[in-house]
Write a protein that binds this ligand. Structure first.
Ligand code: SF4
Ligand code: SF4
Ligand code: SF4
Length: 382
């Protein structure tokens, strides 16, 4: 029910695409346009002794994740998974994504953000970028992207990166938490996602290959050099600046927190393909779902979790980032995030159990009557 009073109205308005939500979205869009294409923030950064606008941005990002993280830990204080996960998110952001690059810069070393890897950070495979790096960072970047990311995703799903390490997911799951229910649940959105995310992944591969080839053989092929330069700039402008920055964060208050992650992130596409073949899954307790829909509502990736629960079907969706919120909000403890070798249970008809409240059954249905009912009546939701 809608709360009364100014604070209650504001809270409702901002989390339900009201006027303040649109105003906040416009402000975020404006902030990113100023950040990417003007120098207006440089004086502010210098006044704070932060050097450049990018360090100022890193500081603001870290503050947002820390403040949002404290809010989330209080909100889900009874849930160990959420507490540990959020603590790790804040720690990774404060160290690998903020303090370590600052310290490197202080010692006149290249600023390397160790928590970001290719293809999310596409320039980390550009020879011109990594040529100045110390060898351990080059090894970290290449081995991390090609070996560590897929290997860990095989065992733990994409959640190890998307819900524990990556700053984009970190912001979504902390400061963005009040907006997570705004994700688009339509089948049109799901169809669009199938194309958009794989197209961006392929683009990131093609651009990287062109830039690498141009670095090594560009001198003998001016056409390749010019094409690679054009592709690099276009990718940087459209995918990095507009989609991941301006759209990715700008639409939080009106389109949910994972628009970039769900529709465009090339790393998400790679991890999703690995996740489908790996051990990660969400298991469903048979005949416990009461179809309340909370899991689907709060899934930031727009997955219809309820449909699987209604069919008693364990599932692994490529887009699932393993945030664990479907498990958290389920009032019946139906869902569980697991890494396992066991075969997933396929779809099965929901029996009468799911339609009768457990407490009511405890009071009114004898175990024998229940057995009889189950054998006679079943409801097929397919
Ligand atoms: S989907 Fe991409 S941007 Fe989002 S958390 Fe995962 S790697 Fe980061
Ligand atoms: S299915 Fe559950 S764990 Fe996966 S993204 Fe949705 S809410 Fe998070
Ligand atoms: S799985 Fe849980 S949260 Fe989802 S619809 Fe069923 S009872 Fe509700």
């Amino acid at each position: 029910m809608r709360q009364k009073g100014t604070i209650g109205w504001l809270k409702h308005d901002i989390t339900h695409r009201g006027v303040t939500a649109w105003a906040l979205s416009a402000a975020l869009f404006a902030f990113y346009v100023i950040l990417y294409w003007t120098d207006w923030l440089d004086p502010v950064a210098q006044a704070l002794h932060l050097g450049s606008k990018w360090t100022l941005y890193g500081l603001l990002y870290t503050i947002a994740i820390t403040a949002g993280g404290i809010y989330v830990m209080r909100k889900y204080r009874h849930n160990k998974y959420q507490i540990v996960r959020t603590t790790v998110i804040i720690f990774v952001q404060a160290t690998l994504a903020f303090s370590v690059p600052l310290i490197l810069k202080f010692f006149n070393q290249p600023e390397v953000y160790l928590s970001y890897l290719w293809p999310l950070k596409i320039e980390y495979f550009y020879p011109s970028t990594i040529a100045s790096w110390p060898l351990p960072f080059i090894i970290w970047s290449i081995a991390g992207s090609l070996l560590m990311v897929p290997l860990l995703a095989t065992f733990f799903g994409k959640r190890w990166y998307c819900s524990w390490v990556c700053g984009c997911g970190g912001l979504a799951n902390t400061a963005g938490d009040p907006f997570r229910q705004l994700s688009n649940k339509s089948s049109a959105a799901w169809k669009f996602e199938q194309y958009s995310i794989h197209i961006t992944m392929l683009l990131s591969f093609v651009v990287t290959a062109a830039v690498v080839a141009s670095f090594f053989i560009g001198d003998s092929s001016p056409m390749l050099q010019s094409a690679a330069g054009e592709m690099q700039s276009a990718y940087g402008f459209v995918v990095v600046a507009i989609l991941s920055g301006i759209v990715g964060v700008g639409v939080y208050p009106i389109g949910g927190t994972r628009v970039w992650c769900r529709y465009f992130c090339p790393m998400a596409a790679v991890l999703g393909l690995v996740q489908k073949k790996g051990k990660y899954r969400i298991t469903v307790k048979d005949n416990m779902c009461i179809s309340c829909g909370l899991c689907s509502k709060y899934c930031e990736m727009g997955i219809d979790v309820r449909a699987y629960a209604q069919r008693n079907e364990d599932f692994t969706r490529a887009s699932c980032v393993g945030c664990g919120l479907c498990e958290e909000v389920c009032p019946r403890g139906v869902l569980h995030l697991e890494n396992s070798d066991k075969p997933r249970s396929g779809p099965q008809p929901l029996t009468i159990d799911a339609l009768v409240d457990e407490s009511w059954k405890d009071r009114h249905v004898s175990p024998h009557a229940e057995e009889k009912q189950e054998s006679v009546i079943s409801v097929n939701w397919n």
